[in-house]
Design a protein around this ligand. Structure first.
Ligand SMILES: Cc1cc2nc3c(=O)[nH]c(=O)nc-3n(C[C@H](O)[C@H](O)[C@H](O)COP(=O)(O)OP(=O)(O)OC[C@H]3O[C@@H](n4cnc5c(N)ncnc54)[C@H](O)[C@@H]3O)c2cc1C
Length: 379
């Protein structure tokens, strides 16, 4: 977010979050990348410091603040290259589904511990056989008395191993097809028939646990249904715009961090008797990176302001996600090039920024799907 969007309270919050990230995350992130996940204690520390579920009402353990505060957390993590903690997905994707579509009992049960960091959330849409085509979900849930019985498999699930509660997208309406056939059902860690599959090895985001989930005659209470039966797809479409804006805000902040480390490196690195920042080609590359970031930031800021004002942003959020994730790819690629061989070494943050960036064009809806959504509003 540009400074002009920050008032004194937001600046103080930004400052407090940065100090916490510098102390609690930065010194440990490399070790967590080797372990493939972050410790639960980090979640509890984030909760105790008021950095989780910020936009949730105070009655449910949140701070009742607006999305700009969430953006501060998203940007703070991205700027530090701290992709391990899946806080944005937990606080700004999973918690809002429960807030918007859960019964009072469900909200009271899950939201306060989620704000405290003692209950970690995930959302399971993608399956081995379908990702972009969400209407093709095969996982099935059948009502048996007072319980849902769920059968199916999910993959690529963020917070997959750490999660204590998972929103599962399942087919519940046999007599209907496509968007009218799905529902959202909460599955808790210890639900009978729920198990975790492989802890997936990825190209980047090494500290973020991404896993497979299996449901074999998994039984959960009837009341774990979010909202109405058969409305799951509609709810997903309503909420995905925020998810895409979260990714876009992270991409802009990540690109800014990549630019800053590249500027510093090009001033230090000598070639042909001078810093490489003195070569005109280097200077023009840096200028292009800075310009792309400024343009992306302006558009994302406008989207954030509109989201806070309550506007519906399906198309604009898709534009922001598509453009900033592609921009992050260009900026980190240019950064690696200017670092030369060192840019290819994992010990250099620009190398990790490059590999971490690649997935931004894929998850939360691929660039191709974003363009489909944008095009649908045109023709
Ligand atoms: C690290 C990571 C974390 C993730 N976290 C989660 C999570 O927490 N929860 C979750 O549910 N999912 C998660 N995902 C899954 C992610 O959202 C999907 O991978 C993504 O939506 C793409 O689906 P897919 O992998 O099935 O690709 P596919 O849908 O098979 O797409 C393959 C290719 O075909 C293209 N394509 C598909 N349809 C069209 C079309 N209509 N027009 C043009 N091109 C098309 C795609 O753009 C892509 O290039 C995660 C993925 C990763 C890698």
């Amino acid at each position: 977010m540009h400074e002009s969007l920050l008032n004194d309270e937001l600046k103080a919050f930004q400052d407090a979050f940065k100090k916490w990230v510098d102390k609690e995350i930065v010194p440990h992130h490399a070790a967590w990348e080797k372990e493939g996940m972050v410790p639960r204690a980090l979640w509890e520390s984030a909760g105790a410091n008021g950095f989780l579920c910020i936009t949730q009402p105070e009655a449910f353990g949140g701070l009742g603040l607006d999305f700009r505060y969430s953006t501060v957390v998203i940007e703070g993590l991205a700027r530090a290259g701290a992709h391990g903690p899946g806080f944005p997905l937990h606080s700004d994707i999973v918690a809002p589904y429960i807030e918007h579509y859960g019964s009072d009992e469900v909200k009271q049960k899950f939201l306060p511990p989620m704000a405290a960091g003692t209950c970690i959330g995930a959302i399971a849409m993608t399956e081995p056989g379908t990702g972009s085509d969400l209407q093709g979900v095969k996982t099935k849930a059948v009502l048996d008395g007072d319980e849902w019985v769920i059968n199916g498999a999910k993959t690529f699930i963020t917070n997959g191993l750490l999660s204590d509660v998972v929103i599962v997208v399942a087919r519940t309406e046999d007599d209907k097809s496509g968007w009218e056939s799905q529902s959202l059902i909460l599955v808790e860690r210890d639900a009978p028939g729920f198990s975790r599959g492989r802890h997936l090895e990825k190209m980047g985001l090494h500290a973020q646990d991404t896993a497979e989930l299996n449901f074999e005659d998994c039984r959960v209470p009837k009341g774990n249904l979010l909202g109405e039966r058969g409305q799951g797809f509609v709810y997903l479409m309503n909420e995905l715009a925020r998810e895409r804006l979260i990714i876009a805000a992270g991409c802009v902040a990540g690109a800014q961090a990549a630019l800053e480390m590249t500027v510093e490196y090009t001033q230090d690195r000598q070639a042909f008797g001078r810093p490489i920042s003195k070569f005109q080609t280097t200077r023009h590359t840096l200028a292009e990176m800075a310009t792309e970031i400024a343009v992306g930031e302006a558009f994302v800021d406008r989207c954030i302001e509109r989201l806070v004002a309550g506007d519906s942003l399906t198309v604009e959020a898709s534009m922001a996600k598509y453009w900033t994730s592609e921009m992050l790819g260009r900026v980190t690629d240019a950064g690696v090039q200017l670092f030369g061989g060192y840019g290819y070494m994992n010990e250099y943050p620009i190398s990790r920024a490059y590999t971490d960036a690649r997935v931004q064009r894929i998850y939360g809806g691929t660039s191709e799907i974003m363009k489909e959504i944008i095009a649908r509003a045109l023709v």
